[in-house]
Design a protein around this ligand. Structure first.
Ligand code: HEC
Ligand code: HEC
Length: 450
């Protein structure tokens, strides 16, 4: 008996539970033929069961967990009051489904009763009645938003990861369909949604501004953008006067990618703990001494966001499965008719050859295996966003798979390049290479095919 098995048998003796059917010595003989029913290697079975469980739990968390964020969006900002409207115990006229859809919010058709789906399809659902918004929330069909009801009254709202990182396929109507987890919601106007809240004082305080300034910052974001660093450094605008927000990135195709975020704050699980506590305002634990540095992270240092320790931690126990689930989300394949296949094939040669793209975007990850970080100079842009990160000076090579699912509002961390042609023109200047018109066109088709 080896040391591990001795420990195991002691544990069995002490607790006398759950040990009876487990052999103390595990024999994994790969040559033994199986009947298809018994498992010769119990470890493999355990791993598969574990993987299934992690996937299911992680998906549940990604789609539905609010981490208690209703304590901020509902209890403090009062967002639910504007959604409900005065007639239903809130304030103002209430938010209609049409307005919600125009703000980029999405509806998960799988959660709607069949009769409602038929009404949407037939155009008989009244999209201008705020009561319908409450019905959609009651059915828990608004992607990433959870309404809390008491005696039929909307009393709070919380948010979930899916708010920003899921789309729907529009199969029933625009904004209504099957969920597409991991797709960034580039229609979502987070700033305008937050501006609906009757009390912006807690948000303004968190970013170290007055409410008027906070409003200006939120107004400047626009669809598909959010600033996940505003309450760290209080920087709402760049030196050139434009918004400091970044475009919402994909949460698919990230397996094999080393650091998360445009500027490499940390791994995916690092960032998930950060977002759940410091952005969504849920309950959890988060530790990063780098953010206690007041010269760079004025607001984080002031509010001790470098060491968050909620009494009721609803995050930490969910991080492992949440991480696992995100790694499992594949990048979607570009629809066959969305690019020219022969041109894309030729473009692959340009990507790997003359245009030097594959020196950083290494296939099949399309980012570098290893430490995939570059200075602003290397990619020929300003260092504003890089300087806001704990490392202060790098941008991460964005993995390019599923580019077709994130073409608005533009490419690069702030969406500065309106289309792929503009991206290539930029690189031609920085990396100094010449392409014929047809090579450029082929390269674009290749990027569209990823
Ligand atoms: C309000 C919108 C919003 C919500 C809610 C949100 N995120 Fe994000 N997420 C962003 C933005 C914006 C970034 C980009 C930040 C950056 O790079 O500086 C980001 C970055 C990420 C990244 C890094 C992607 C990459 O390419 O490296 C992952 C992974 C991620 N979020 C997962 C999550 C998870 C999991 C949750 C829930 C715990 C969540 N996000 C909640 C907006 C959001
Ligand atoms: C020196 C390394 C490097 C080289 C070479 C390089 N890239 Fe990039 N690429 C990056 C980095 C870093 C980013 C992230 C920039 C940002 O978000 O501001 C990026 C971002 C992109 C994006 C934007 C993705 C998105 O979702 O916003 C595209 C598209 C892209 N690169 C295509 C290319 C093409 C095409 C080439 C060849 C012409 C190329 N890259 C060459 C490092 C590189």
């Amino acid at each position: 008996m080896n040391a591990k098995n001795v420990a195991l048998s002691l544990a069995c003796a002490a607790f006398a539970v759950g040990c009876a059917n487990k052999p103390l010595v595990k024999v994994a003989n790969v040559n033994t033929p199986t009947t298809g029913q018994e498992k010769t290697n119990p470890d493999a079975g355990d791993t598969e069961n574990h993987a299934d469980k992690m996937l299911a739990e992680g998906r549940e968390t990604f789609r539905y967990e609010t981490f208690g964020s209703e304590q901020f969006w509902g209890a403090q900002l009062g967002l639910h009051k504007t959604i409900a409207g005065q007639a239903k115990g809130g304030i103002g006229p209430g938010l209609t489904p049409r307005q919600a859809l125009n703000l980029g919010l999405k509806v998960d058709a799988d959660r709607l009763p069949a009769i409602v789906v038929e009404a949407v399809k037939g155009g008989s659902l009244n999209l201008d009645d705020p009561e319908m918004t409450l019905e959609l929330l009651r059915a828990d069909s608004v992607v990433g938003v959870k309404g809390f009801f008491s005696n039929d009254k909307l009393v709070s709202v919380g948010i979930r990861c899916a708010l920003c990182h899921s789309q729907v396929d529009d199969s029933i109507a625009k904004g209504i369909g099957e969920r597409l987890d991991g797709w960034p919601n580039r229609d979502l106007d987070v700033g305008k949604i937050v501006l609906l809240a009757p009390n912006l004082e807690p948000l303004a305080q968190a970013v170290g501004a007055d409410v008027t300034t906070a409003r200006k910052v939120l107004t400047a974001w626009g669809p598909g953008k959010y600033d996940a660093q505003l309450n760290m450094d209080g920087k709402g605008f760049r030196p050139d006067g434009k918004s400091a927000a970044t475009v919402i990135p994909a949460a698919f195709g990230l397996a094999g990618v080393n650091l998360g975020t445009y500027t490499g704050w940390g791994s995916i699980t690092y960032w998930n703990a950060y977002v759940a506590t410091n952005q969504m305002h849920g309950f959890g634990r988060f530790f990063d001494p780098r953010l206690g540095e007041p010269a760079q992270f004025k607001m984080a240092a002031k509010n001790e966001l470098n060491n968050v320790n909620s009494e009721n931690d609803r995050t930490t126990s969910k991080l492992a499965a949440l991480h696992f689930y995100q790694l499992a989300i594949p990048a979607p394949k570009a629809p066959k008719d969305s690019f020219n296949e022969a041109a894309a094939k030729r473009g692959e040669g340009v990507f790997k050859g003359k245009a030097k793209c594959a020196s950083c975007h290494v296939p099949p990850l399309y980012t570098e295996p290893g430490w995939s970080m570059h200075t602003a100079d290397e990619i020929g842009i300003d260092d504003f966003q890089a300087s806001r990160s704990p490392d202060k000076k790098y941008y991460r090579t964005t993995p390019l798979r599923g580019l077709f699912a994130r073409k608005t509002p533009g490419f690069y961390h702030d969406g500065r390049f309106a289309d792929l042609a503009a991206v290539i023109t930029h690189y031609q200047g920085v990396l100094r290479f010449e392409l014929s018109d047809s090579e450029r066109a082929d390269l674009i088709e290749f990027l569209k095919s990823l």
